[in-house]
Design a protein around this ligand. Sequence first.
Ligand SMILES: Nc1ncnc2c1ncn2[C@@H]1O[C@H](COP(=O)(O)OP(=O)(O)OP(=O)(O)O)[C@@H](O)[C@H]1O
Length: 297
Amino acid sequence: MEAIQVDGLRKSYADFEAVREISFSVAKGEIFALLGRNGAGKSTTMEILAGFQRPDGGTVRVLGLDPVKDRAKVRKSIGIMLQEAGFFPDLTVAQTVDSWREFVPVARPRAEALELVGLTGKAGTKVRQLSGGEKRRLDLALATLGRPDLLFLDEPTTGMDPEARKATWDVVTDLAARGTTVLLTTHYLEEAQRLATTMAIMDKGAIVASGGMAETLAAQTGRVAFELPSGVEARDLPVDVTAVEGTTVVCRVPDPDVAAQTLLGWAGERGLRLRGLEVRTATLEDLFLDLASKEKA
Ligand SMILES: Nc1ncnc2c1ncn2[C@@H]1O[C@H](COP(=O)(O)OP(=O)(O)OP(=O)(O)O)[C@@H](O)[C@H]1O
Protein backbone atom coordinates (compact mmCIF):
# COMPACT_ATOMS: atom_id res chain seq x y z
CA MET A 1 0.00 0.00 0.00
CA GLU A 2 1.23 3.50 -0.86
CA ALA A 3 1.35 6.09 1.94
CA ILE A 4 -0.39 8.60 -0.33
CA GLN A 5 -2.45 7.90 -3.43
CA VAL A 6 -3.99 10.79 -5.36
CA ASP A 7 -6.08 10.18 -8.50
CA GLY A 8 -7.61 12.96 -10.58
CA LEU A 9 -7.78 15.41 -7.66
CA ARG A 10 -9.64 18.66 -8.37
CA LYS A 11 -10.27 21.70 -6.18
CA SER A 12 -11.74 25.10 -7.05
CA TYR A 13 -12.25 28.28 -5.03
CA ALA A 14 -15.45 29.78 -6.49
CA ASP A 15 -14.75 29.54 -10.24
CA PHE A 16 -10.95 29.48 -9.86
CA GLU A 17 -9.43 26.04 -10.43
CA ALA A 18 -6.58 25.77 -7.91
CA VAL A 19 -5.92 22.04 -8.50
CA ARG A 20 -6.72 20.48 -11.89
CA GLU A 21 -6.94 16.70 -11.96
CA ILE A 22 -3.61 15.79 -10.48
CA SER A 23 -2.48 12.23 -9.79
CA PHE A 24 0.56 10.99 -7.91
CA SER A 25 1.55 8.48 -5.28
CA VAL A 26 4.08 8.42 -2.50
CA ALA A 27 5.58 5.15 -1.27
CA LYS A 28 6.04 4.50 2.43
CA GLY A 29 9.26 5.88 3.88
CA GLU A 30 9.84 8.16 0.90
CA ILE A 31 10.50 11.91 0.98
CA PHE A 32 8.33 13.41 -1.75
CA ALA A 33 8.71 17.06 -2.79
CA LEU A 34 5.75 18.95 -4.21
CA LEU A 35 7.26 21.91 -6.02
CA GLY A 36 6.11 24.90 -8.04
CA ARG A 37 5.78 28.65 -8.11
CA ASN A 38 3.61 30.70 -5.73
CA GLY A 39 -0.02 29.83 -6.24
CA ALA A 40 0.69 26.56 -8.10
CA GLY A 41 -1.66 24.63 -5.81
CA LYS A 42 0.81 22.89 -3.47
CA SER A 43 -0.66 24.02 -0.14
CA THR A 44 -4.19 23.33 -1.35
CA THR A 45 -3.13 19.77 -2.24
CA MET A 46 -1.43 19.31 1.11
CA GLU A 47 -4.43 20.69 3.02
CA ILE A 48 -6.71 18.23 1.22
CA LEU A 49 -4.37 15.34 2.06
CA ALA A 50 -4.30 16.42 5.69
CA GLY A 51 -8.12 16.54 5.78
CA PHE A 52 -8.46 20.32 6.21
CA GLN A 53 -10.25 20.76 2.90
CA ARG A 54 -12.63 18.63 0.87
CA PRO A 55 -11.72 17.76 -2.70
CA ASP A 56 -14.20 18.70 -5.46
CA GLY A 57 -13.33 15.61 -7.49
CA GLY A 58 -11.01 12.62 -7.72
CA THR A 59 -9.92 10.31 -4.94
CA VAL A 60 -7.38 10.75 -2.20
CA ARG A 61 -6.08 8.04 0.11
CA VAL A 62 -3.75 8.73 3.01
CA LEU A 63 -2.32 5.64 4.72
CA GLY A 64 -5.12 3.76 2.95
CA LEU A 65 -7.84 5.98 4.42
CA ASP A 66 -10.07 8.82 3.23
CA PRO A 67 -8.73 11.95 4.99
CA VAL A 68 -12.21 13.51 5.20
CA LYS A 69 -14.36 10.48 6.15
CA ASP A 70 -11.70 8.84 8.34
CA ARG A 71 -10.36 12.12 9.69
CA ALA A 72 -9.99 10.98 13.30
CA LYS A 73 -8.00 7.86 12.35
CA VAL A 74 -5.81 9.69 9.84
CA ARG A 75 -5.02 12.49 12.32
CA LYS A 76 -3.57 9.97 14.76
CA SER A 77 -0.94 8.87 12.25
CA ILE A 78 0.07 12.17 10.66
CA GLY A 79 2.11 15.19 11.71
CA ILE A 80 1.53 18.56 10.09
CA MET A 81 3.65 21.67 9.78
CA LEU A 82 1.71 24.25 7.82
CA GLN A 83 3.00 27.62 6.59
CA GLU A 84 1.50 29.55 9.48
CA ALA A 85 1.62 28.05 12.92
CA GLY A 86 -1.01 29.01 15.48
CA PHE A 87 1.03 29.50 18.65
CA PHE A 88 0.02 31.27 21.84
CA PRO A 89 2.68 34.01 21.99
CA ASP A 90 2.68 34.30 25.80
CA LEU A 91 3.44 30.64 26.47
CA THR A 92 7.03 29.54 26.79
CA VAL A 93 8.48 26.94 24.45
CA ALA A 94 8.23 24.31 27.20
CA GLN A 95 4.60 25.23 27.98
CA THR A 96 3.76 25.08 24.28
CA VAL A 97 5.19 21.58 23.93
CA ASP A 98 3.49 20.46 27.15
CA SER A 99 0.09 21.74 26.06
CA TRP A 100 0.42 19.95 22.69
CA ARG A 101 1.55 16.75 24.37
CA GLU A 102 -1.86 16.53 26.05
CA PHE A 103 -3.53 16.05 22.66
CA VAL A 104 -1.07 13.47 21.36
CA PRO A 105 -1.74 9.86 22.47
CA VAL A 106 1.86 8.64 22.69
CA ALA A 107 3.93 11.81 22.67
CA ARG A 108 7.70 12.16 22.79
CA PRO A 109 8.95 13.50 26.11
CA ARG A 110 9.36 17.29 26.02
CA ALA A 111 13.15 17.14 26.40
CA GLU A 112 13.43 14.76 23.43
CA ALA A 113 11.15 16.94 21.29
CA LEU A 114 13.21 20.06 21.97
CA GLU A 115 16.51 18.23 21.54
CA LEU A 116 15.37 16.95 18.15
CA VAL A 117 15.06 20.49 16.78
CA GLY A 118 17.86 22.12 18.78
CA LEU A 119 15.62 24.23 21.02
CA THR A 120 16.67 22.80 24.41
CA GLY A 121 18.23 26.13 25.41
CA LYS A 122 15.02 28.00 24.59
CA ALA A 123 12.67 25.99 26.81
CA GLY A 124 11.97 28.98 29.09
CA THR A 125 11.65 31.56 26.30
CA LYS A 126 8.25 32.96 25.39
CA VAL A 127 7.13 32.08 21.88
CA ARG A 128 6.74 35.76 20.98
CA GLN A 129 10.47 36.22 21.62
CA LEU A 130 11.57 33.44 19.27
CA SER A 131 13.07 34.32 15.90
CA GLY A 132 11.20 33.29 12.76
CA GLY A 133 13.49 30.31 12.21
CA GLU A 134 13.15 29.20 15.85
CA LYS A 135 9.36 29.30 15.51
CA ARG A 136 9.64 26.99 12.49
CA ARG A 137 11.78 24.62 14.56
CA LEU A 138 9.23 24.65 17.38
CA ASP A 139 6.58 23.89 14.82
CA LEU A 140 8.61 20.93 13.58
CA ALA A 141 8.94 19.66 17.16
CA LEU A 142 5.14 19.80 17.52
CA ALA A 143 4.54 18.12 14.16
CA THR A 144 6.77 15.20 15.14
CA LEU A 145 5.57 14.93 18.74
CA GLY A 146 3.49 11.80 18.08
CA ARG A 147 6.18 10.05 15.97
CA PRO A 148 3.85 10.18 12.96
CA ASP A 149 3.90 7.66 10.10
CA LEU A 150 3.38 10.51 7.66
CA LEU A 151 4.69 14.04 8.01
CA PHE A 152 3.45 17.04 6.02
CA LEU A 153 5.99 19.85 5.82
CA ASP A 154 4.85 23.05 4.09
CA GLU A 155 7.95 25.21 3.52
CA PRO A 156 9.56 23.99 6.74
CA THR A 157 12.82 25.95 6.58
CA THR A 158 11.56 29.39 5.57
CA GLY A 159 13.32 31.99 7.72
CA MET A 160 16.01 29.61 8.97
CA ASP A 161 19.69 30.47 8.82
CA PRO A 162 21.92 28.03 6.89
CA GLU A 163 22.97 26.14 10.01
CA ALA A 164 19.40 25.64 11.26
CA ARG A 165 18.33 24.62 7.77
CA LYS A 166 21.07 22.00 7.58
CA ALA A 167 20.09 20.72 11.05
CA THR A 168 16.46 20.49 9.93
CA TRP A 169 17.49 18.52 6.84
CA ASP A 170 19.27 16.08 9.14
CA VAL A 171 16.14 15.72 11.30
CA VAL A 172 13.95 15.06 8.26
CA THR A 173 16.43 12.61 6.73
CA ASP A 174 16.69 10.77 10.02
CA LEU A 175 12.91 10.55 10.42
CA ALA A 176 12.62 9.15 6.88
CA ALA A 177 15.39 6.64 7.56
CA ARG A 178 13.29 5.39 10.50
CA GLY A 179 10.31 4.86 8.20
CA THR A 180 8.41 8.17 8.31
CA THR A 181 6.95 9.20 4.96
CA VAL A 182 7.42 12.91 4.26
CA LEU A 183 5.51 15.17 1.90
CA LEU A 184 7.47 18.39 1.55
CA THR A 185 6.84 21.67 -0.21
CA THR A 186 9.65 24.17 -0.53
CA HIS A 187 10.87 27.03 -2.70
CA TYR A 188 14.47 26.10 -1.90
CA LEU A 189 15.35 23.85 -4.80
CA GLU A 190 18.62 22.78 -3.23
CA GLU A 191 16.61 21.60 -0.23
CA ALA A 192 14.25 19.56 -2.41
CA GLN A 193 17.17 18.09 -4.37
CA ARG A 194 18.99 17.10 -1.19
CA LEU A 195 16.04 15.64 0.67
CA ALA A 196 13.55 14.23 -1.77
CA THR A 197 13.74 10.89 -3.53
CA THR A 198 10.72 11.65 -5.72
CA MET A 199 8.99 14.85 -6.75
CA ALA A 200 6.25 16.50 -8.73
CA ILE A 201 6.35 20.04 -10.09
CA MET A 202 3.00 21.83 -10.20
CA ASP A 203 2.13 24.81 -12.34
CA LYS A 204 -1.27 26.51 -12.36
CA GLY A 205 -2.86 23.56 -10.58
CA ALA A 206 -1.47 20.82 -12.84
CA ILE A 207 1.58 18.53 -12.57
CA VAL A 208 4.05 19.46 -15.31
CA ALA A 209 6.94 17.14 -14.36
CA SER A 210 7.28 14.25 -11.95
CA GLY A 211 9.35 11.20 -11.14
CA GLY A 212 12.38 9.99 -9.20
CA MET A 213 14.70 12.90 -8.34
CA ALA A 214 17.91 11.22 -9.54
CA GLU A 215 16.36 9.81 -12.74
CA THR A 216 14.65 13.09 -13.63
CA LEU A 217 17.83 15.10 -13.21
CA ALA A 218 19.95 12.52 -15.04
CA ALA A 219 17.62 12.87 -18.04
CA GLN A 220 18.19 16.65 -18.11
CA THR A 221 21.04 18.31 -19.95
CA GLY A 222 24.05 19.32 -17.88
CA ARG A 223 25.93 22.59 -18.10
CA VAL A 224 29.42 23.68 -19.10
CA ALA A 225 30.30 27.36 -18.73
CA PHE A 226 33.53 29.34 -19.13
CA GLU A 227 34.90 32.72 -20.13
CA LEU A 228 35.29 33.08 -23.89
CA PRO A 229 39.07 33.48 -24.50
CA SER A 230 39.93 36.79 -26.14
CA GLY A 231 40.22 36.60 -29.91
CA VAL A 232 37.86 33.57 -30.06
CA GLU A 233 34.32 33.69 -31.45
CA ALA A 234 31.65 31.44 -29.95
CA ARG A 235 31.11 29.87 -33.38
CA ASP A 236 34.77 28.70 -33.44
CA LEU A 237 34.23 26.46 -30.41
CA PRO A 238 34.11 22.67 -30.90
CA VAL A 239 30.78 22.29 -29.01
CA ASP A 240 27.28 23.67 -29.52
CA VAL A 241 26.88 26.91 -27.61
CA THR A 242 23.51 27.48 -25.93
CA ALA A 243 24.03 31.10 -24.87
CA VAL A 244 26.66 33.77 -24.45
CA GLU A 245 25.96 35.78 -21.30
CA GLY A 246 28.31 38.77 -21.38
CA THR A 247 31.67 37.07 -21.88
CA THR A 248 30.49 33.76 -20.39
CA VAL A 249 29.74 30.92 -22.77
CA VAL A 250 27.06 28.46 -21.63
CA CYS A 251 26.63 25.04 -23.24
CA ARG A 252 23.72 22.82 -22.22
CA VAL A 253 24.75 19.28 -23.15
CA PRO A 254 23.71 15.70 -22.25
CA ASP A 255 27.25 14.76 -21.11
CA PRO A 256 28.95 17.82 -19.61
CA ASP A 257 32.16 15.93 -18.73
CA VAL A 258 32.64 14.80 -22.36
CA ALA A 259 32.00 18.33 -23.63
CA ALA A 260 34.50 19.73 -21.10
CA GLN A 261 37.18 17.25 -22.24
CA THR A 262 36.61 18.21 -25.87
CA LEU A 263 36.88 21.89 -24.98
CA LEU A 264 40.02 21.46 -22.87
CA GLY A 265 41.71 19.43 -25.62
CA TRP A 266 40.78 22.07 -28.18
CA ALA A 267 42.01 24.91 -25.92
CA GLY A 268 45.25 23.04 -25.09
CA GLU A 269 46.12 22.61 -28.77
CA ARG A 270 45.78 26.38 -29.22
CA GLY A 271 47.52 27.42 -26.02
CA LEU A 272 44.29 28.96 -24.71
CA ARG A 273 42.91 28.89 -21.16
CA LEU A 274 39.23 28.37 -20.33
CA ARG A 275 38.95 30.67 -17.30
CA GLY A 276 36.12 30.08 -14.83
CA LEU A 277 35.39 26.63 -16.27
CA GLU A 278 32.35 25.16 -14.56
CA VAL A 279 31.09 21.65 -15.33
CA ARG A 280 28.02 20.20 -13.69
CA THR A 281 25.12 17.84 -14.14
CA ALA A 282 21.59 19.26 -14.15
CA THR A 283 20.08 20.71 -11.00
CA LEU A 284 16.43 21.17 -10.12
CA GLU A 285 16.92 24.86 -10.83
CA ASP A 286 17.88 24.01 -14.44
CA LEU A 287 14.72 21.93 -14.72
CA PHE A 288 12.61 24.81 -13.39
CA LEU A 289 14.21 27.29 -15.79
CA ASP A 290 13.65 24.90 -18.70
CA LEU A 291 10.00 24.48 -17.81
CA ALA A 292 9.59 28.26 -17.51
CA SER A 293 11.25 28.92 -20.88
CA LYS A 294 9.15 26.20 -22.56
CA GLU A 295 6.06 27.89 -21.19
CA LYS A 296 7.13 31.24 -22.66
CA ALA A 297 7.98 29.72 -26.06
N1 LIG B 1 -9.28 29.83 0.48
C1 LIG B 1 -9.01 30.29 -0.72
N2 LIG B 1 -9.91 31.04 -1.40
C2 LIG B 1 -9.63 31.49 -2.65
N3 LIG B 1 -8.51 31.23 -3.34
C3 LIG B 1 -7.58 30.50 -2.70
C4 LIG B 1 -7.78 29.99 -1.38
N4 LIG B 1 -6.69 29.28 -1.03
C5 LIG B 1 -5.84 29.34 -2.09
N5 LIG B 1 -6.38 30.06 -3.09
C6 LIG B 1 -5.76 30.32 -4.40
O1 LIG B 1 -5.47 29.08 -5.00
C7 LIG B 1 -4.21 29.12 -5.67
C8 LIG B 1 -3.31 28.01 -5.14
O2 LIG B 1 -2.94 28.34 -3.80
P1 LIG B 1 -1.96 27.45 -2.94
O3 LIG B 1 -1.85 28.09 -1.59
O4 LIG B 1 -2.41 26.04 -3.01
O5 LIG B 1 -0.60 27.61 -3.75
P2 LIG B 1 0.89 27.21 -3.35
O6 LIG B 1 1.41 26.45 -4.53
O7 LIG B 1 0.92 26.56 -2.05
O8 LIG B 1 1.58 28.63 -3.29
P3 LIG B 1 2.76 29.21 -2.32
O9 LIG B 1 4.03 28.69 -2.89
O10 LIG B 1 2.64 30.68 -2.51
O11 LIG B 1 2.47 28.76 -0.93
C9 LIG B 1 -3.66 30.52 -5.45
O12 LIG B 1 -3.93 31.28 -6.62
C10 LIG B 1 -4.43 31.04 -4.26
O13 LIG B 1 -4.59 32.45 -4.33
